[in-house]
Design a protein around this ligand. Sequence first.
Ligand SMILES: Nc1ncnc2c1ncn2[C@@H]1O[C@H](COP(=O)(O)OP(=O)(O)OP(=O)(O)O)[C@@H](O)[C@H]1O
Ligand SMILES: [Mg+2]
Length: 461
Amino acid sequence: MSNTPRILVIDDEPDLLENCRMILMREGYDVRTMTNAEGLDTVLSEYDPDALITDLMIPQKDGMEVLREVKWSHSDLPVIMMTAYATIETAVEAMKNGATDYIVKPFAKDQFVHVVSRALKERKLVLENHKLKLELAQQKVKSSLVAVDPVMKELMDMAARVADTDASVFIQGESGTGKEVLARALHNASRRSGKQFLAVNCSALPANLIESELFGHEKGAFTGASTLRKGLLEEAQGGTFFFDEITEMDLSMQSKLLRVIQERTIRRVGGNRELPIDVRIVSATNRDPEEAVKSKLFREDLFFRVAVVTLHIPPLRKRPDDIPALSQHFLKEVCTIYGRQIDGFTPQVMERLQGYTWPGNVRELRNVIERAVSLATKSIIREEDLPTQLHKSTRRKVNIDSVDTYDNAKSKLLDQFQIEYFSQLMSEEDGNISRVAQRAGVDRKTVYRILNAVGLTKSED
Ligand SMILES: Nc1ncnc2c1ncn2[C@@H]1O[C@H](COP(=O)(O)OP(=O)(O)OP(=O)(O)O)[C@@H](O)[C@H]1O
Ligand SMILES: [Mg+2]
């Protein structure tokens, strides 16, 4: 709110409007008037008032309708209703629809001023409260994720802004980019943080188990169901539920989940009662969800439901500025765990770390640091503590170790070649395995096998 509060007044009587304007201006407010609600949307967004005063009876639209619409689009804007025919019913209805106050015409100047200033005070408190909440959420998100890169910072800001809403959040990003940390950060920054954060990996649960895992089952629902068991969604009541790799969920389960999200109720397997559930849904995938929808692996209607807000985490190679900060962060973390004292990295190491393509993203970086800490013999991480894939390619030459046989040396070189070949393709194709496979002229399984064998990524699970 700028220093001069802005007040918008709508009434079809020009005399009354003028009167209001004079009173409010004398109080030091900025005033704008309208004789009907035409173009109100535009005025609201351009003028951005701190309070709206509207007559209950205005041409074209009635004030109650205006109130409802304004509350939809600007829920924090205080609305004061003016009415010539004050009945308890209209007053009650106005307040029920979100009016801040109402005033009966004709009114005394002092009364009018009092009502307006009270609404503005309330508005100020609401805004301050929002600001504090947002700052708190930003701090919580910041404390869980390291980020220096401006795109990452903006992403975290957005996460903080949506944290305290119930909007379903869809997190997209390559493997190891930090989708799960972000999902947890969203939970911790929300008012649900006192309740559970439960995660399920949709690709790891077999289709026949997932329903009873998520929804629970009644006693005797199927062979082996000897007792009643609550499902995970029920356990997460009041908290956050994380559907990891949601695009991999079995299709029939997808339609059941869609129903749950629409109805906000679940039914245990073998049960006939609908149980209300209140969970915030966060989902993630390392696939392109639109492609998954196109290839009919992922239901489009479910996608829309779970992706009210989408947060796309860029791969690490697109944010090299994050690498020094993340490396320091992991160095500290790993040193604490290992009880070691290592001060930092040589400039050459930092150059290698920032120059590498990181197909396994932040997870791979953490692994590299962990490995380096355990290998380091000095109080600083040096190039020789880095794994081969990070050694500079120009330095690579056929190194004939005196004890190496021809086959051994060849296989080492082949490993190195594979690492570089696939790192480069993965980087150029943004980690999209299908396109990497296509360009390499091999099938996806082969790509996974090679990436896995040379330690470039986790296995296809
Ligand atoms: N911005 C970050 N700051 C600190 N740690 C991070 C950050 N991003 C990722 N990490 C760390 O990297 C590792 C991988 O993160 P996470 O498990 O969240 O990735 P993911 O995107 O869920 O991967 P996958 O797709 O393989 O499940 C974790 O150890 C996590 O703590
Ligand atoms: Mg994950």
